[in-house]
Design a binder for this molecule. Structure first.
Ligand SMILES: Cc1cc2nc3c(=O)[nH]c(=O)nc-3n(C[C@H](O)[C@H](O)[C@H](O)COP(=O)(O)OP(=O)(O)OC[C@H]3O[C@@H](n4cnc5c(N)ncnc54)[C@H](O)[C@@H]3O)c2cc1C
Length: 412
């Protein structure tokens, strides 16, 4: 049987940095990876560009049932530490809008390459095609069983991810391991994912993008807002601000609430401003048809949908024949179009998992289990998820580095 100081289960972003951190702190380390490749999900991040971090880290950018937990870890190995770590490995970075950080080469593959070179340099072993199903602990030693061999160590880091992006390896098996050690799992749900809506206009609007504000409305109450791009798809809506609302939707749908996404296509204008704009357009172009009079204000494909929803049947009539009530109805839709929604797409479309191992059972300084000494957690497996924009990878880097360092130090 091979004996190590630290075993890292899972070769994703958090597992790779945990292993590097543990080895740099003097430990003999092995990564045990279920699939035949390391860092597969990393290659898909940021559409292949890897939005690796964000300079605007704040507690409200993260969700967890234990709300102070993420920031504490994110401050212990912060964005500067992370960028310094990657700079040393050869990754020059660039900062784009809203603080999003990308490798200068704009290649996720470069990020994975430098991590793998460092894994090599530090003589970290990797076991591929080795799904861990079970871990035993006897006399302070962990025995990690894979289908082909058993390896042992005094410290184990579980970095198996959650359930988002099934196709890249994460399948929730880490939760079963954690549960066997007595850990509570907060129900996982897909997050940063498209929201489903089955409406007559889906097909017509496929591919249309709008920059606006979206709000999640459940049983008549606005529960969350997000600003940014909204994209219409054949089965619903997506775009960064819709992604940011998706995690909360499950909570309300699961308790039977009726939910809508309310879209404000003109968030910089009040309802009264929009009425004024529409009236001015009527005054300037009384001869345009009703359909023509909205061209230039909103995406052309949206016009017929908005007019139909506002009850206008004949769009070839002169716009000057629009009643005040119809104008008011159009303005209402432009400022607050309520789209009924039924849930989200499934795990393979989700970028991240909401829920996971309850962090109240994990030490907020070391990431060691409060239930089982020598057991650590890193990355998405924990009940922490960030909004879009590099926040989830930053969580993987920060938590991975801290878990690795503490596992190594305590194994000495
Ligand atoms: C398409 C896509 C794009 C994304 N883009 C971004 C982005 O640009 N910026 C950002 O911040 N975040 C992004 N994310 C989210 C981010 O990639 C993840 O939050 C992060 O990679 C999680 O890292 P992790 O190591 O915790 O888990 P994972 O990356 O899921 O890695 C877990 C690893 O563990 C292995 N494993 C699982 N179970 C076992 C087992 N039982 N035994 C052995 N091995 C096991 C898996 O095969 C996998 O290799 C994106 C996600 C997706 C799906």
């Amino acid at each position: 049987m091979s004996v190590y100081d630290v075993i890292v289960i899972g070769g994703g972003a958090s597992g790779l940095i945990s292993a590097i951190s543990a080895a740099r702190h003097g430990a003999k380390v092995v990564i045990i990876e279920k699939t035949d490749r390391i860092g597969r999900k990393l290659l898909a991040t940021g559409n292949g560009r890897c939005n690796m971090s964000n300079t605007n880290i704040a507690d409200y950018k993260y969700n967890s049932d234990n709300s102070n937990f993420p920031l504490n870890i994110l401050m212990h190995f912060n964005v500067d530490d992370t960028l310094g770590f990657f700079n040393e490995l050869g990754i020059l970075h660039r900062i784009e809008s809203e603080g999003r950080v990308y490798p200068f080469s704009e290649q996720a593959a470069a990020v994975l390459d430098v991590l793998l070179m460092e894994v090599n340099r530090l003589n970290i072993d990797i076991l591929y095609d080795s799904p861990v199903k079970n871990i035993d602990k006897k006399n302070n030693i962990f025995y990690v069983n894979t289908p082909t061999k058993t390896v042992s160590s005094q410290k184990v880091i579980i970095a198996c991810g959650g359930m988002a992006g099934h196709q890249y390896g994460a399948d929730g098996s880490g939760y079963i391991i954690a549960q066997k050690f007595g850990h509570r799992i907060i129900t996982p749900n897909p997050a940063l994912v498209q929201i489903l809506s089955n409406q007559w206009y889906n097909k017509r609007l496929k591919g249309v993008r709008v920059k606006g504000q979206a709000s999640l409305v459940c049983d008549g109450e606005k529960v969350k807002n997000a600003k940014g791009e909204i994209q219409f798809n054949e089965d619903g809506i997506s775009g960064i601000c819709i992604f940011d609302l998706s995690r909360d939707l499950h909570e309300y749908i699961n308790c039977g609430k009726k939910c809508f996404i309310n879209i404000d296509m003109l968030p910089d204008y009040t309802y009264e401003d929009v009425i004024d704009i529409l009236e001015a357009r009527l005054t300037h172009s009384p001869n345009k048809t009703i359909e023509e009079f909205l061209i230039g204000l909103i995406n052309k494909k949206l016009i017929s949908v908005i007019l139909k929803l506002s009850g206008i049947k004949d769009m070839t009539l002169k716009a000057s024949r629009l009643s005040q009530a119809s104008l008011a109805e159009i303005a209402k839709l432009l400022k607050g179009w309520e789209i009924p929604v039924s849930g989200t797409r499934s795990w393979e479309h989700a970028q991240v998992t909401a829920g996971g191992v309850d962090t109240r059972e994990i030490d907020e300084e070391t990431l060691e289990s409060r239930k089982i000494s020598g057991l650590y957690f890193a990355g998405e497996i924990m009940d922490v998820d960030g909004i879009c924009g590099g926040y989830n990878l930053q969580w993987a880097w920060s938590s991975g580095y801290i878990a690795g360092k503490n596992a190594a130090n305590s194994s000495k």
